[in-house]
Design a binder for this molecule. Structure first.
Ligand code: UDX
Ligand code: ADP
Length: 467
């Protein structure tokens, strides 16, 4: 076992990964002091808000953990220098979006934030520090981090010469909406690294709550690639079932029945087979595009094309939905009122990154639709920012609704894009009375049961259900 004693941990980046991950580590390891730092003052202030409903991210169960750890052994601050210099172990958990310009634009990850973090670590760290990449990163990023730590250290003042670093990869597999459960009961913890003492020090932390047989140790590159591969496999499954959903609509089959029939084969398994409006979230698209870029870089164009098709199909699914809405509403939505139920990329999160709703709503707005958007957790500000990022020719008008009935008042159609619990089992008899006739409900998440609308004049279109 490791002789390195870890007492203080620092995490750079207080986002959807850093925040929940460090909260659970602090909860499970009360003897450790955990400091989460971020350059974003507003975000840190929100993490420190005494009103737990105002934390910067919504994650079921997170408030409960924060209430017992914050101020005890979990601290959120912008104090970069002290938090880094005090720490024995530093997690880098910053954003790694797809590059928007330069070499690899649209595919490769932008590592500016990782590089800036590594430079901060190189500058402020003292003694021996274990540096852990937590953000999903392209294969061989650990090498880049190592080089930054080495070169920035070179030629420093005399008292800093003794700085040393071990770099590990410890990708996070949590899914948003179930982050706390995934962190408390992970399927596995993956640790990649070459320094056995550093690996052992990290294993020891996880052993506080994760059985040893679930902790997998590999070399650095396998660990980095496993994260990209896991996300690519998961996303591929969604594109596969979505391709079948279109097939079902064309032939009269029902994608729910097909998913059940194929999912009972143990080799296929029954999870991740829900057809929908396409995958969103910060990881899937970014990681596949990364894989595509790296495959091209390593001279593997067939591999690149294979994975790229998963993203192509995902975009096609989103386009397909918007076109179906248009077609059913007599080829035009100009001036028509449409309610959007759900804007987050999945239920139980306020995250909208890569949400299918952004593209589908933008397309409808561009056609002149008037949207009333209801989402239980996503704010007006977030949606406005999402629309702003797309430079589309916005001729439509949108507003936020406070409730489902508020969203549905006088609309010609309802489009359900996220499977929030509260969208199931609605009183469609009442809701239909609020809407204009003829009324359409477009259900992309299999939320509405046909029986619920049988006594109404609602026309129901369900994704993946053939006639
Ligand atoms: C994903 C991975 O699951 C997680 O391991 C990794 O760490 C980060 O990326 P996340 O994006 O948070 O997690 O959520 P996930 O539950 O995987 O859903 C991703 C997208 O796929 C969502 O838009 C979701 O609606 C969609 N999805 C998921 C489907 O359309 N059908 C499914 O059956 C499952
Ligand atoms: P993820 O989903 O991977 O957690 P987020 O975008 O939610 O990504 O969070 C990343 C966080 O990292 C943001 O709050 C951002 O402000 C922070 N960050 C980025 N660069 C730095 C940096 N150099 N130092 C500290 N925090 C940083």
């Amino acid at each position: 076992m490791s002789s390195i004693k870890i007492q203080k941990i620092c995490c750079i980046g207080a986002g959807y990964v850093g925040g929940p991950t460090m909260s659970v580590i602090a909860d499970k390891c009360p003897d450790l002091e955990v400091r989460v730092v971020d350059i974003n003052n507003e975000r840190i202030a929100a993490w420190n808000n005494s009103d737990l409903n105002k934390l910067p991210i919504f994650e079921p169960g997170l408030d409960r953990i924060i209430s017992r750890t914050r101020g005890r052994n979990l601290f959120f601050s912008t104090e970069m220098e002290k938090s880094i210099s005090d720490a024995d172990m530093i997690f880098i958990s910053v954003n790694t979006p797809t590059k928007t310009k330069g070499l690899g634009a649209g595919q490769a990850s932008d590592l500016s934030w990782v590089e800036a973090s590594a430079r901060q670590v190189a500058e402020y760290a003292k003694g021996h520090t274990i540096v852990i990449e937590k953000s999903t990163l392209p294969v061989r990023t650990a090498q880049a981090i190592k080089e930054i730590l080495k070169t920035t250290n070179r030629g420093n003042k005399k008292d800093e010469i003794s700085k040393t670093f071990s770099v590990l990869s410890n990708p996070e597999f949590l899914a948003e909406g179930t982050a706390i459960h995934d962190l408390e009961k992970p399927d596995r913890v993956l640790i990649g690294g070459e320094d056995p003492e550093a690996v052992d020090a990290l294993v020891k932390i996880y052993l506080n709550w994760v059985p040893s047989k679930q902790i997998i140790c590999t070399n650095l590159w396998s660990s980095e690639l496993s994260k990209l591969a896991a996300n690519a496999f998961l996303a591929q499954r969604i594109s596969s079932i979505n391709s079948i959903s279109a097939f079902c609509e064309a032939t009269g089959a029902d994608v729910q029945e097909v998913a059940k029939a194929i999912g009972t084969d143990k080799r296929i398994g029954n999870q991740f087979l829900s057809a929908g409006p396409g995958f969103g979230g910060s990881c899937f698209k970014k990681d596949i595009l990364n894989l595509v870029y790296l495959s091209g870089y390593f001279g593997l164009p067939e591999v690149a094309n294979y994975w790229n098709q998963v993203v192509v199909l995902n975009t096609w699914q989103q386009d397909r939905i918007y076109k179906i809405v248009l077609e059913k509403l007599f080829g035009t939505v100009n001036g028509k009122n449409i309610a959007i139920l759900g804007f987050s990329f999945k239920a139980n999160t306020n995250d909208t990154r890569e949400s299918p709703a952004i593209r589908i709503c933008s397309d409808l707005l561009e056609e002149g639709a008037i949207l009333s958007i209801y989402d239980p957790k996503v704010s007006f500000k977030r949606i406005a920012e999402d629309f702003e990022k797309l430079s589309f020719n916005n001729q439509g008008i949108w507003k936020m609704a406070n409730s489902i009935p508020d969203a549905l008042k006088n609309v010609d159609a309802v489009l359900i894009l996220t499977a929030w619990d509260e969208f199931f089992g609605l009183d469609w008899n009442y809701l239909a009375s609020l809407m204009r006739s003829p009324t359409w409900v477009f259900d992309t998440r299999s939320v509405v049961d046909r029986k619920e609308i049988e006594n109404t004049d609602i026309n129901l279109w369900k994704l993946g259900e053939g006639n």
